[in-house]
Design a protein around this ligand. Structure first.
Ligand code: DX5
Length: 216
């Protein structure tokens, strides 16, 4: 484990009227198609809009069926990374390697009910392992406590494989939940409501980092 702490604000919770002002850090863009999850959000045009506003990494989290159809449009729009759900496509390893060949970070997202075995089979093809600590589709949900043990087991699997992949957690992350996730081995944190419901997101980022610093 590197000890790094990456905070990725989730654009799902951003005030779109203040987009330019709020996009100064690594970004997580939640793309939902209304089929894989019961919600509809952004397409490649949102990524292109953000890319025009920042040169920071933009990680696209595809909560869509047939994610392979989105690789080219998202790459063209300026995405830095693409993470998809293994149960949304037929050929997981083929898509992971296609994402890398396109020059993007390749990630796999595991829902609370999805076994870690799904990522262990393709661990050499992964730059990001995303543990969903809520069922995907909406912001402002509560962190599922069983996620902490899943993060711990994912960390062991990555360390056994000597994998440099980011271990990311997404859903219900805030000052009360980040320390346990970090101590379990996560190094990248998608944060939506805890950041953008605050009048001072910068202060929340500092607090989240401080909670991680004392959690090790
Ligand atoms: C949910 C999304 C998350 C969500 C996080 O399906 O993947 O990124 O926006 O928001 P919070 O931090 O509010 O749970």
């Amino acid at each position: 484990m590197s000890g790094a702490v990456r905070i990725a604000p989730s654009v799902l919770s951003v005030d779109l009227a203040r987009l330019a002002e709020q996009v100064r850090v690594v970004l997580d863009v939640d793309v939902m198609d209304g089929r894989y999850v019961p919600n509809l959000t952004f397409g490649a045009n949102m990524v292109a809009t953000l890319r025009a506003l920042t040169d920071r990494p933009i990680d696209v989290h595809l909560m869509v069926v047939e994610p392979e159809r989105y690789l080219e449009p998202m790459a063209e729009a300026g995405a830095s990374g693409l993470t998809f759900h293994p149960d949304a496509t037929v050929h997981v390893q083929r898509l992971l390697s296609a994402v890398r060949q396109r020059g993007l970070r390749a990630g796999l997202a595991l829902n609370p009910g999805a076994p870690l075995a799904l990522m262990e089979e393709v661990i050499a093809d992964l730059d990001v392992v995303l543990i969903m600590s809520v069922n995907p589709g909406f912001g402002a949900q509560h962190y599922i406590p069983a996620s902490t043990d899943k993060i711990r087991r994912a960390r062991s699997a990555l360390d056994r494989a000597r994998s440099p992949a980011y271990l990311e957690v997404d859903g219900g992350i805030g000052p009360d939940t980040i320390a346990a996730a970090h101590a379990a081995g996560a190094d990248t944190f998608v944060v939506g409501n805890a950041l953008f419901s605050s009048p001072d997101p910068g202060a929340i980022v500092r607090e989240l980092r401080q909670r991680c610093a004392v959690s090790v």
